[in-house]
Structure formats: C-alpha cells, structure tokens
Design a binder for this molecule. Structure first.
Ligand SMILES: Nc1nc2c(ncn2[C@@H]2O[C@H](COP(=O)(O)OP(=O)(O)OP(=O)(O)O)[C@@H](O)[C@H]2O)c(=O)[nH]1
Ligand SMILES: [Mg+2]
Length: 284
C-alpha cells in the first residue's frame, strides 16, 4: 500500500526554505538567493522512499517589505495556499537571525490552521549549537510546540533525521505524483526562475521585483543544444535603461550568467536570447 505525507514549509523570507527543499530532493527545484522574497510561486518538491511519497510545498516567506502591494497580495495568497494544502508544517527559523516576538506572532497565526507544527532551526553551521536550547525551552513552554530539529540545509546536516521523522508520519493513500517526478513545475518554469534569480543577483532595490519574465521559445535542437527566448516585461522606462546598462553591458552580463546556469542545470549547451519590452510604461 502506498503512503504519502504533504509537508508545508513556512518561515520568514531568507530562512532557507528553498535551500532545504532542493537539498532534500537533490535537484534545483526552487531558486535560492540571499535577497528577500526569492520564492514567489508555489512549488512542490517530491521524494519517494520505499512505499512513501513525501511532498514538500515551498512557499513565499513571511514578510514582504520590498514588494509592491499587488505582489505582496500574491505572495500572501500563495503562502496560505501552500499551508492549507498540507498535513503538517515545518516552520523554518534562521538560527542566527530571529526575533522571538515575531516568531510567536507568526506561529500563532499558523496555529489557526490546526495542523501539527514542527520547528526547524536552520543554518546551525553559523551558530554555537547550545544557543538553541534556551530558545527551544521558551517556545515549548510559551507557544506549545513539541517537536524541534536543528539542521543546516546548505551543508546538508541533520537532514537524515528530519526525513526519518517525516517518514514515520506518512499515511496510506495513493501517490499523487509518478515515481520519476521530482517537482510539479516544468523546464520552462525553472529556466524563467533561473533568469529571475540572475536578475536578483545583478540588479538592486525594487527593480528585480517589478520584472515579469515570459518564455517565448523553448526547444531542444537536433544536436542536443537548448534554445530559449525570454521576454522581460517592465512597466517603467527608467528601469529599462538600468537593465540594459551602459552600452548594453548589464543585459549582456545577465544573459551570459543565466545562460551558464541553465546550461549547467540541463547539462547541455544553451543559447539564450533575452528581449526587453515595456508595457503601459509611465512617461518620465
Ligand atoms: N550558512 C547557511 N546559509 C544558508 C542555509 N540555508 C540557506 N542558507 C542561505 O540563506 C539564503 C536564503 O536561502 P533561501 O533558501 O533562498 O531562503 P527562503 O527561505 O527560501 O527565502 P524566500 O524564498 O525569500 O522566502 C541563501 O543565501 C542561502 O544560501 C544554511 O543552512 N546555512
Ligand atoms: Mg524561497
């Protein structure tokens, strides 16, 4: 009999949720960046172990400061959707940067969903492990959470224990995904996301959060190469100038960097073309 468990990942932006999903699944499913609000969409990562299928729902982190109001709404909606559609919630905490009151507030909100919450202290490679213990006691006494893990998603420490715990929680039900599937997202989605991540790396402030990336062409050529055309849609001509850069240097760097990461991800030579278009641009 097949068994499943749907796990929702919650936590502040930058806590390491996407890093955890990628390193559990063993492939880049969700992009990782040191900037805030990296994950925008709902993304599932799947691992099958024996009869068990573990389905992880990545979600946008709680706290949406640099986004526009519309974007913020979308992130919030996606966060609650990810948490609604799960059996159990892993609340990821950055062990180094956290604030108890904020944590308490966030967990109290999530508690309203009436699901088991497990707290995962991530980035334990950056701290003295004993500093976590008093925090665990306080959370246990004051917020009533009973299960805690300490991991480093980046260095893959503590992941085996976490997986073992989750495997014990699976219940009888047919698998939702086929055996060879590792994500609910396709190749076009991940290539758009790679370009979005490159933009997060190369452009500052609010600009990355105001670019819509669209795929216009995606094809594996006869010789195995991958040809991709993407369109960056922006609504402000001032941004266009910045994205293009002096003599086109910025957009060239962006294209080359994204192309390189796509080539590595798909293990094939990639030809990436990027076009910028402005839509309903405000005249300045
Ligand atoms: N040192 C260390 N860094 C980590 C660890 N896990 C994640 N990071 C880093 O933390 C940053 C944020 O990681 P993400 O996985 O993008 O965080 P997230 O929670 O998905 O963030 P949002 O998508 O914005 O909500 C990246 O620079 C990661 O490399 C860890 O265990 N140790
Ligand atoms: Mg993320």
């Amino acid at each position: 009999m097949q068994k499943i468990l749907k796990i929702g990942l919650a936590g502040k932006t930058n806590a390491g949720k996407s890093t955890l999903i990628n390193n559990l699944v063993g492939e880049t499913i969700s992009i990782v960046n040191k900037k805030i609000n990296t994950t925008e969409e709902l993304i599932k990562g799947i691992i099958n172990i024996g009869k068990n299928q573990l389905i992880f729902n990545d979600s946008p982190g709680i706290s949406f400061s640099k986004s526009t109001e519309n974007k913020s709404k979308k992130l919030k909606k996606n966060l609650w959707e990810a948490l609604n559609d799960c059996d159990l919630i892993l609340y990821i905490i950055d062990s180094k940067n956290n604030d108890y009151n904020e944590l308490k507030n966030n967990i109290n909100k999530i508690k309203e969903l009436n699901k088991e919450i497990i707290i995962v202290f991530n980035k334990n490679d950056l701290i003295e492990k004993k500093t976590i213990l008093p925090k665990i006691k306080k959370i246990y006494n004051e917020i009533g959470i009973e299960n805690f893990f300490s991991i480093s998603a980046k260095k893959k420490l503590g992941l085996v224990n976490l997986k073992k715990f989750l495997l014990k929680k699976t219940y009888s039900s047919s698998w939702i995904f086929n055996e060879d599937v590792v994500s609910d997202r396709d190749d076009i989605f991940i290539t758009n996301e790679i370009t979005r991540n490159t933009i997060l790396d190369l452009l500052n402030q609010e600009i990355p959060y105001n670019i819509i990336i669209k795929n216009k062409y995606f094809k594996f050529l006869k010789n195995g190469d991958l040809k991709i055309k993407q369109e960056l849609e922006i609504q402000n001509n001032r941004y266009k100038k910045i994205i293009i850069g002096r003599n086109g240097s910025k957009i060239r760097d962006l294209r080359i960097k994204s192309q390189k990461i796509i080539s590595k991800t798909f293990n094939t030579n990639t030809h990436l073309y990027i076009n910028i278009i402005t839509k309903n641009a405000k005249k300045i």
